[in-house]
Design a protein around this ligand. Sequence first.
Ligand code: HEC
Ligand code: HEC
Length: 267
Amino acid sequence: MRFLSSRRRHPAAKVLLLVAALFAVGALYAAVAPTEQSSAEPATSQQVKEGQQLFAQNCSSCHGLNGEGTSQGPTLQGVGAAAVDFQVSTGRMPLAQPGEQAPIKPSEFSEQEVAALAAYVDTLGPGPGVPDPSTYSGEGLTDEEIARGGELFRTNCSACHNFTGQGGALPEGKQAPSLVGVSSKHLYEAMLTGPQQMPVFSDEVLTPKDKAQIIAYLQTIHAQPNNGGLSLGGIGPVSEGVVIWTVGIGVLIGFAIWITARGVRSR
Ligand code: HEC
Ligand code: HEC
């Protein structure tokens, strides 16, 4: 630390100081920047309250006022936020008529309301959280890994959903739906929560990586059209943040070094 105390500072001191300042700004940014909604993010009490109200109005007739279950619907204690996100955003819940297979329809609730319902049900007992986009994006999977996803699909899923996921009939008038056009998030949540006759594929049975490979396989063979916009790998705000962050800060550091170098020269 001699160069800091001596009166004529070493030219590198300025650069070091600037880099340190940039890190401080970075740390501050990380602390205040909005983060992607994920299972890790604790729900606000406001959200839970809103969810509880929505639940009382729309769900409690079948699932009980505290999600304890009734003769019309199962208990939701411990099903987790992932099950609610899946059931409500695919339009299965609220069920109109008990007894039939919940039809898939446009959701009655906004994304925010679904998140509130999920946050409330999550407080009833520990269960799987809504997965983070990075777990199902399939980012960086090789062709071999995607092919392995195909093998896993044929072993674990094709008995009900058919070899290419076109869906198929099950006993008692039920059916395993087609998986064409199902979002990666809902594919992941279905495996995680096992709706109706579908088994739960816990992380011990199919690791998150196995699930991601199955999803990548299905998305590849169904080749969904892109929804538009610059996808940046399709994992949304997280990747955008990273790009802005690294490119932006890289430019700033370069600029700072340039200024310092000029300052030293002109002295
Ligand atoms: C008419 C009765 C009825 C209403 C109303 C209803 N449900 Fe259900 N719900 C059911 C039945 C029956 C099942 C089990 C059969 C199935 O999974 O399709 C179920 C299953 C579920 C599951 C899956 C549980 C599991 O073990 O994975 C979730 C989550 C759920 N409901 C959430 C909700 C939410 C949230 C609402 C309100 C927005 C709601 N339900 C409204 C009857 C209902
Ligand atoms: C025993 C039969 C069975 C197996 C095996 C099975 N599923 Fe399912 N799956 C179903 C049934 C039945 C439903 C419909 C549940 C409902 O409507 O509530 C379903 C629903 C789904 C959905 C929701 C589709 C939508 O349109 O919302 C997805 C996604 C899914 N399955 C993926 C898979 C994957 C991936 C595997 C293998 C890892 C798998 N399933 C294995 C029976 C099965």
